[in-house]
Every structure is written in C-alpha cells, then in structure tokens.
Write a protein that binds this ligand. Structure first.
Ligand code: MN
Length: 210
C-alpha cells in the first residue's frame, strides 16, 4: 500500500503550509442521506508532493474540532478536485460548516465532454481514461468503526489518487469542446446547488417549468 498519514478530526496546523496548487479529495459517510448519515472520513492528496492524508471523525463530530481542514478547503488559491463534488460539498457543509472554494468536479467535466457515454462514474472514467480497473467493493462498508481495515484504507485512497490525472485529461477535453467557460460557470454555481440541497430542494430542478 502506498504511503498515507491518518489523523483524528483535523489536520495538524503545520501540514497546511505544504499544500500548493491542487488537492484531490473525497469523503466517506455512514450512508447517502446527508441529514441522517454523518461524515466518517475525509481522504485527500496534496498534489504538490503526492502525500495522502486520511482524517477520521468521531461520532461527536463538530466544526470546533476541525478548524484546520476548514481553512484548507476554504482557501481560494487551492483547487479542490472531487468526483461528484455536489455530494461531498453538502456533507462538508452539513457536518463541519465548510464552504469549499475553488472546485473542479470530474463528473461534471465528464458529462460536458464525454457526451457519447452515459457512464460518468469514477470507476468508468478511471477505466476509460487511465485504463485502470478500480475495485469498489468497500464502498458500502462501515466507515464508523474505530479501526479501519487495510481494505478500507486502500479503497479510500483509490478514490483520490486518480483524480488529478482525470482532471488533466478532462480539462483538455473541455478546451477542445470549447466548454471550459460553461464548466467554470457550473463550478461557481455549485455552492448554490448545495445550499438548495440542504434546504430540502435536493430532488427538484428549480428551473423546471412544472
Ligand atoms: Mn469514496
């Protein structure tokens, strides 16, 4: 297994200085209901030195204990690369009151460029673009247990180690398709989309006629 560091509830303050440019990030929760299922784990990779950090959260998770990760994710000078940012951003807002700034969502980039495909899952992109077979078997495991298994840690890391290569590939596709400006506008709208999700409009297209 490649190298990683595991922390409880927050990153150490001195680690923040080492972040430059891009950060890839993912979260694991107790389930898919943001209001019911708490945040259990944040995985991130500092793309300037390829270091992976795993931050595990207690059941009494609170913004007061996680100030460093908040300031890192709210730093506008660092790009946060997610796959399906909408979900992770809502989770981070709901659990830790984090307003993630400067986001690149590989799922939206894929939808705007790979119009020949209906498959925009992380596994599909990693297979097609990077020719790597991703194992998703730990996806539904219990992320709240005291000690994570080796398999869980490997799975958690797999969800962040390919995102930077995907971003490079998809960014080129966005430029080629002349859709980079549209993509950026969507990224700027994401915090409003997340706000609507958390206000109860998660299953409504607010722009729809009916
Ligand atoms: Mn994941």
């Amino acid at each position: 297994m490649s190298n990683y560091q595991l922390f409880q509830n927050d990153l150490p303050l001195q680690s923040l200085k080492s972040f430059k440019g891009d950060i890839t990030i993912d979260t694991e929760t107790l389930g898919l209901n943001i209001k019911r299922d708490r945040l259990c784990l944040i995985q991130l990779r500092n793309e300037s030195n390829k270091k992976v950090y795993l931050i595990k959260f207690d059941k009494d998770i609170s913004p007061a204990n996680s100030k460093n990760i908040k300031s890192l994710l709210e730093d506008k000078s660092l790009t946060k690369i997610f796959h399906y940012a909408r979900f992770d951003m809502a989770v981070l807002k709901e659990n830790l009151n984090i307003n993630v700034r400067n986001v690149f969502c590989t799922k939206i980039a894929s939808k705007l460029t790979r119009t020949y495909s209906s498959k925009h899952g992380l596994k599909d992109l990693v297979k097609e673009i990077l020719n790597v077979e991703l194992d998703k078997t730990e996806q539904t495991s219990d992320w709240s247990q005291k000690k994570l298994t080796k398999q869980q840690i490997q799975y958690a890391m797999n969800d962040v180690i390919y995102l930077s290569d995907l971003k490079k590939n998809l960014e080129a596709k966005l430029i080629e398709a002349k859709r980079l400006k549209t993509f950026k506008s969507i990224m700027n709208f994401l915090d409003t989309r997340v706000e609507l999700d958390l206000m109860g409009w998660e299953n409504t297209d607010i722009f729809a006629h009916k």
